[in-house]
Design a binder for this molecule. Sequence first.
Ligand code: NAD
Ligand code: UDX
Length: 465
Amino acid sequence: MNKVNQICCIGAGYVGGPTMAVIAKQCPNIKVTVVDINQKRIDQWNADDLDNLPIYEPGLKEIIAETRDRNLFFSTNVDKAIEDAEMIFISVNTPTKTYGKGKGQASDLKYIELCARNIAKVAKTDKIVVEKSTLPVRTAEAIKSILDNTGNGVQFEILSNPEFLAEGTAVEDLLAADRVLIGGQETPSGQAAKDTLSWVYEHWLPKERVLQTNVWSSELSKLVANAFLAQRVSSINSISALCEKTDANVAEVSRAIGFDSRIGSKFLNSSVGFGGSCFQKDILNLVYIAKSFGLNEVADYWEQVIIMNDYQKRRFAENIISTLYNTVSGKKIALYGWAFKKDTNDTRESAAIYVADLLLEEQAEIIVYDPKVKEDTIYNDLDYLNSRDPKENRRLLKVVNDPMEAANDAHAIAILTEWDEFKTLDWNKIYSEMLKPAFVFDGRRILEREKMDEIGFKFYRIGES
Ligand code: NAD
Ligand code: UDX
């Protein structure tokens, strides 16, 4: 087994940044260079002000402070980093295609292909190329073909090493990963490459947590893991709708079923709907792959997870409208939270975007407060949906920096992200600022019913009648 001295990672995003920071921390003898074509992102990673890193993750800035310019470097010089590294991670974005064949379902692999072509062009010595991005099954084959046919005659070994971190807990997840998955060819050189990457992770993880498989199992396992997790959320959300029609309480149902060790208690929190850049994208990709093999029943089965999630977001917005006497036109509704979950500034596919869009369709006036999301991001998210003139989004929706200001004269507050600070707000004061009757719609089940009822709110919590 060979050791490596220099690693490079192409893509300085939500995965590339934290993953490489943790590798640099745990492997001080390896030089890690993270490269990106986005100059602004690299400048933010290199900036003195660690409170302005391009992504927010608890514990990350401390690691950056320790490792940056010691053995962790951020740069836009992609070619140099490729040339110097013995191992290259590809961690670029693989969004759902918005054009052509597979539009709306398949993953867009253009950034991956560009990386492969660039590596082929630049590499002068043998490299291990690691797929860190989430990719459809058999992508490694395509990468290998590009590298072998257009390269400079050097040897490439392709590994699949999908990332399982969740945002908001990325550092924790990386430092104490349940498992690391490494897929590679079942040849002597493939085995050697798998062992080299295992050696990197074994700097801090027990050997038995590093699983080696063939490439295709590894690629598929990543899609399946996300599909299973999202399926649990959609399953409990489907039950939340039933609970709202009966006297059952979804939290009690979750608890009761979660005690069964075969089911387990995690990922059973009913919510306004799952968001994030991964769940929907990866399930759509799974659906597309199943369809492309003619497995229509398999595709339909998994697609239902997304249909249920869309239903949940719509149901939440429609409940606000019907509760506010079937009209929200000109009514002020405060949205608490825009990020897709707490402890991240990431808003990709956040339920808040869709809830806001439905309320704006009804001409509601919306005031958003989120502790980490910037105003520009919120407007970009809405404009991207293309539902109305961007000017209209700015006229009807305002962003504020203070939850009290958002509540001022509001008819209703909807909690869309489970930020801890929402639990400890002065809800008595908020009540006094609002118009009466004052409605609160808790899409994250973070507030106590008794307390909210006592203050005088008309309180709605998802999954309760
Ligand atoms: P991201 O959009 O935050 O970051 C990707 C970065 O790659 C961007 O900064 C972009 O500028 C850069 N890039 C694109 N093409 C490039 C090129 N040719 N050369 C150099 N840089 C280039 O994306 P992300 O959230 O980090 O996701 C990356 C991959 O990891 C995706 O496949 C995703 O599915 C997967 N993943 C994401 C998460 C997550 O929580 N976000 C978790 C597990 C897996
Ligand atoms: C997910 C996977 O967990 C991770 O392993 C993978 O690498 C990337 O995709 P992420 O999307 O960052 O991670 O966050 P996650 O904690 O999985 O939450 C996804 C969404 O589901 C969030 O909107 C969250 O609020 C929601 N969720 C999660 C629920 O509504 N209920 C739950 O019980 C759990």
